[in-house]
Design a binder for this molecule. Structure first.
Ligand code: SF4
Length: 451
C-alpha cells in the first residue's frame, strides 16, 4: 500500500514537473522531494528539496572525498584528524602520529614526507608508499598595483580555480578568498560565474590547498602568531555556492581553524552563501564561522528575479535563519552583500525596506558597485545613487560602506576574472573554467557577489 501511494505521489510530481515552467526555464513547478531515496528518510523537507531540485544539484560530479594519486596513495592534505588516525592505524601506527604529522603539514607547511624529520626514516619510507602531500599547481600568479595577488590554480584533473589575496589597505594583513566549486548550479543574474555550469565540487584538499598556496607564495611558514600574520583572514566567497558542497567545505574550515595547524580564528573566517537556508543552521552548529549573505534585493519579487534560489528559500525564511544563526552579535555581525543595480534594487524605498527587513539581526551591509560583463543586461547604479543609498541605511542605524573593487589591473575585480581565465584556458585548450567573480578590499567582511 505504501509503495502504491508513493508511486501515485511520484507520478503526480513528475507530471507537474513536466508542465510549463512559470519562470521560463529554471524552476520546476512542483517540488521534487518525494523523489528522495530511502536513505534521506528522517531528514527534513528542506534537505530533501536541496538534494533533488535540478537547480540545487550539488554532488553528481563530486570529486572523490579522499584523493588518491595515480599510484593509489592517499593525500594527507584534506583528511580530518579522525581520517588521518584511521589511515595511520592501517599502517600500524598510534594516533599520536596524527598530531606530529598535522604540525608538519599545517604549521610548518612541508610539501614532502621526507621533511618530517622527527619521524624515523623507516616510518617515513612506509609513509611514502601509502601517502602523498598535494598542492594545486600554480598556472599563473599576478600581483596588482594595489597589491592584490591572484593565483590561477590547476588541480589533478586539470580543472582550475582562481584564488585571490586581498590586502587590507590600512593594515599589514589581508584575506584569502577561496572557491568551493568549479562552476555553479545557480544563475544569479549579476554574476558572470553563474553563466558557467557546475563542473564539480572541490575536495577539502583542494579548498585547503588554495590557502596553502597563498602561504607558500608569501613564505608565511611556520604559522606566525595571530598578530604577525599577513594572511590573517579567509573569505569563502569565490566561485560556487559553498553550502552546496557542504561536507568538503566544513572539513576544510575545520582544518583551517585547527589550533595545531593553520590556526585561523573562527572570527577571521567568513562564509558567504546565496541563502541555502537549511545548511545555514548546519553551518552554525558545525563550525560557527562568520556568516555573509548575498542578499542583493529588498523584496521577494526582485530577489527571485535576480537570484533564483530565492524561489526556494524566500526572504522570510532567510531572515529567520539569520536571526537564528548562533554567535551573531553586535561584535560578530552578519554581513549582507548588496550589489548596486541601476533601477533594479537601488531606490530609497529599497533601502528603507531593507532596514525594516533586517530589524533585530546584528548586521551590516556591504554595498558593491556592479561590474558589468559581456552579455549582462544589468547596469551599475550611478555613484550619487549608491552614496544616497548608503546614507539612507546609515540614517536608519546600519553601517553600509561602499566597497571599491580591487585588483582591476589583473582582472581580479568583480565579474572580470572569468572572462580572463576562460580566454586563456580556451587558448590553451583546457576543459573548464573556475574563476572567482571578484574581490573587494575589506578583509573581515564579504566583498564579492559570489555566494
Ligand atoms: S553569486 Fe554565487 S551562487 Fe550566485 S551564480 Fe555567482 S557563484 Fe553562484
Amino acid at each position: 500500500m505504501r509503495l502504491a501511494a508513493y508511486m501515485k505521489t511520484l507520478m503526480s510530481h513528475i507530471l507537474a514537473a513536466m508542465a510549463p515552467r512559470h519562470d521560463g526555464a529554471i524552476f520546476p513547478n512542483a517540488p521534487l522531494w518525494p523523489l528522495a531515496p530511502a536513505c534521506w528518510h528522517g531528514r527534513d523537507e528542506h534537505d530533501r528539496a536541496t538534494m533533488t531540485d535540478p537547480i540545487f544539484k550539488t554532488s553528481a560530479e563530486d570529486a572523490p572525498r579522499r584523493s588518491l594519486d595515480s599510484e593509489g596513495r592517499l593525500d594527507l592534505i584534506g583528511l580530518s584528524r579522525e581520517e588521518m588516525a584511521e589511515a595511520f592505524a592501517e599502517l600500524g601506527e598510534k594516533s599520536f602520529r596524527v598530531k606530529q604529522v598535522w604540525l608538519w603539514l599545517y604549521n610548518r607547511g612541508v610539501t614532502t614526507i621526507d621533511e618530517m624529520t622527527n619521524l624515523s626514516k623507516p616510518l617515513r619510507d612506509r609513509m611514502q608508499e601509502r601517502f602523498f602531500i598535494s598542492r594545486p599547481q600554480v598556472s599563473r600568479e599576478q600581483t596588482s598595483v594595489d597589491s592584490t595577488r591572484k593565483w590561477l590554480l590547476r588541480f589533478g584533473d586539470r580543472n582550475e580555480a582562481e584564488t585571490v589575496y586581498i590586502p587590507d589597505p590600512d593594515e599589514e594583513r589581508g584575506a584569502v578568498c577561496i572557491s568551493t566549486q568549479v562552476g555553479c548550479t545557480l544563475t544569479c543574474r549579476f554574476c558572470h560565474t553563474g553563466t558557467q555550469k557546475l563542473v564539480r565540487n572541490l575536495t577539502a584538499a583542494e579548498i585547503v590547498g588554495q590557502f596553502l598556496i597563498a602561504r607558500d607564495s608569501y613564505g608565511e611558514w611556520p604559522t606566525p602568531n595571530e598578530t604577525g600574520r599577513l594572511l590573517s583572514n579567509v573569505v569563502v566567497m569565490g566561485m560556487g555556492e559553498p553550502l552546496f558542497n557542504y561536507d568538503a567545505t566544513v572539513n576544510a574550515l575545520k582544518i583551517l581553524t585547527d589550533p595545531d595547524g593553520i590556526s585561523l580564528s573562527k572570527r577571521r573566517v567568513t562564509l558567504s552563501t546565496s541563502g541555502v537556508v537549511p545548511r545555514m543552521y548546519d553551518l552554525g552548529r558545525d563550525v560557527g564561522v562568520n556568516l555573509a549573505i548575498s542578499l542583493h534585493a529588498a523584496t521577494d519579487d526582485v530577489r527571485s528575479e535576480i537570484m533564483p534560489i530565492n524561489k526556494k528559500w524566500p526572504l522570510k525564511e532567510l531572515m529567520q535563519a539569520c536571526r537564528d544563526y548562533p554567535g551573531a552579535t553586535n561584535a560578530r555581525r552578519i554581513t549582507f552583500e548588496y550589489i548596486m543595480l541601476k533601477g533594479v534594487n537601488d531606490s530609497d524605498a529599497d533601502a528603507r525596506q531593507l532596514a525594516r527587513m533586517v530589524k533585530g539581526i546584528p548586521c551590516k551591509f556591504n554595498l558593491l558597485p556592479f561590474n558589468p560583463w559581456p552579455g549582462s543586461t544589468l547596469e551599475c547604479s550611478d555613484w550619487a545613487r549608491i552614496e544616497r543609498f548608503s546614507d539612507v541605511l546609515a540614517g536608519l542605524g546600519y553601517s553600509a560602506p561602499i566597497r571599491t573593487p580591487r585588483g582591476r589591473d589583473i582582472l581580479a575585480a568583480c565579474g572580470q576574472l572569468k572572462s580572463d581565465s576562460q580566454r586563456e584556458r580556451k587558448a590553451r585548450g583546457l576543459a573548464a573554467d573556475a574563476s572567482l567573480v571578484g574581490v573587494l578590499p575589506e578583509t573581515s567582511a564579504p566583498a564579492t557577489p559570489a555566494a
